[in-house]
Design a protein around this ligand. Structure first.
Ligand code: DAH
Length: 351
């Protein structure tokens, strides 16, 4: 067989194979074409290959080269056809798509009940003219105790009642503040009163809501981390009457329309003691025929005003502090504080 004839045969085979592969409409047709052209026993390429034996021996190398090139081209066009069918098979057939089916509903997230309570408190206090400020959760001795008139010997500083970062007091080690005294996770938001007054001249009118930490064992009513709302108003001529009316207006707004609070809101003060207020009171609100304690309050102690450079002869002020969880739990009838922090979505999704 002449070399030209062999080459011509290969070229026409390649053209046939290519059109058969690209014309195959489905996997079965493509497989049939594969067997026809590339079949190992009776494929047409195999048949043409047999002719190579009859080519003149001097032309054999050229014939072999041509054969290999054509074989490769046919195989490649088979692969191309095969991947064309594979990708076509995975796309959605427009006719099978039912546009009247309901969509896949998205699950709607919501704010944590404590966050909701905090936002609501901020909003009410904002309407009473108090701006919301934040303070650090890691505090030093001055802001958590000293400037709040809590002396060195006071039991509130007890290591058993506070999360100190380090108990090293003599040397300034890691965990100690600028004064060499140990830093701690703040045990109350009253710290923010000091931070605000240190940096702002009177008058001030702020609330601060945030986390506080105490090493309590978790039970139904205790958790080592909880939230407080702190309020502070300092100006000329502020009195205990202002404190009572602000708290009453706050409670009136907050508890209005709450379940269990159909009557008018009343506030009751009971004498108490806090180092940073004088006089100091516990605050109760009427609740389902009785009284419920909601926090502590009082007139800012002159020592506290002096500690931040205010003149107690010039200005006076009141302060109050309340537990956020307590108020939220009462409102939603939550009986175990731990439920708030287990992060079980089935529980949290109720609020
Ligand atoms: N800091 C107090 C506590 O954690 C709460 C408190 C009481 C805050 C009286 C005040 C206040 O501002 O005047 O128990």
């Amino acid at each position: 067989m002449a070399l030209q004839d062999f080459i011509a045969e290969l070229d026409s085979l390649a053209a046939d194979a290519q059109s058969a592969f690209s014309g195959a409409g489905d996997r079965d047709a493509l497989e049939a074409a594969r067997v026809e052209f590339l079949g190992a026993k009776a494929g047409r390429l195999k048949a043409v290959q047999k002719g190579m034996g009859t080519v003149d021996s001097g032309d054999k190398p050229a014939a072999g080269q041509k054969f290999n090139a054509v074989k490769k081209a046919i195989e490649e066009s088979f692969e191309a056809a095969s991947s064309r069918l594979a990708s076509a098979g995975s796309s959605v057939n427009q006719d099978d798509f039912d546009v009247t089916l309901p969509g896949t509903p998205l699950r709607i997230g919501r704010l944590h009940p404590i966050t909701q309570t905090i936002e609501r408190m901020k909003e009410i206090m904002g309407r009473l003219g108090f701006s919301a400020v934040e303070g650090p959760e890691i505090e030093d001795d001055r802001h958590n105790f000293e400037a709040l008139n809590i002396p060195l010997s006071h039991p509130a500083r007890d290591p058993l009642d506070n999360f100190y970062l380090s108990t090293a007091t003599k040397t300034a080690k890691a965990g100690a503040g600028p004064d060499g005294k140990p830093l701690l996770l703040r045990s109350q938001t009253s710290t923010v009163q000091i931070r605000v007054m240190e940096s702002t001249p009177p008058p001030v009118r702020i609330v601060s809501l945030g986390r506080v930490y105490r090493p309590d064992t978790a039970d139904a009513t205790h958790y080592p981390m909880f939230h407080q709302i702190e309020g502070l108003l300092v100006d000329k001529g502020v009195t205990m009457a202002d404190l009572k009316s602000v708290l009453r207006m706050f409670c009136q707004s907050y508890y209005k329309r709450e379940a269990g609070h159909e009557e008018e809101v009343h506030i009751r003060f009971r004498p108490s003691f806090f180092p940073f207020t004088e006089p100091s009171v516990e605050v109760d609100i009427n609740w389902q025929g009785g009284w419920m304690e909601i926090g502590g309050a009082g007139m800012v102690d002159p020592n506290v005003l002096r500690a931040v450079g205010y003149d107690p002869e010039e200005v006076t002020g009141f302060a109050f502090g309340m537990g956020v969880e307590r108020i939220a739990m009462r409102q939603h009838n939550i009986t175990d504080i731990r439920d708030l922090y287990t992060n079980d979505v089935r529980f949290l999704a109720q609020f």
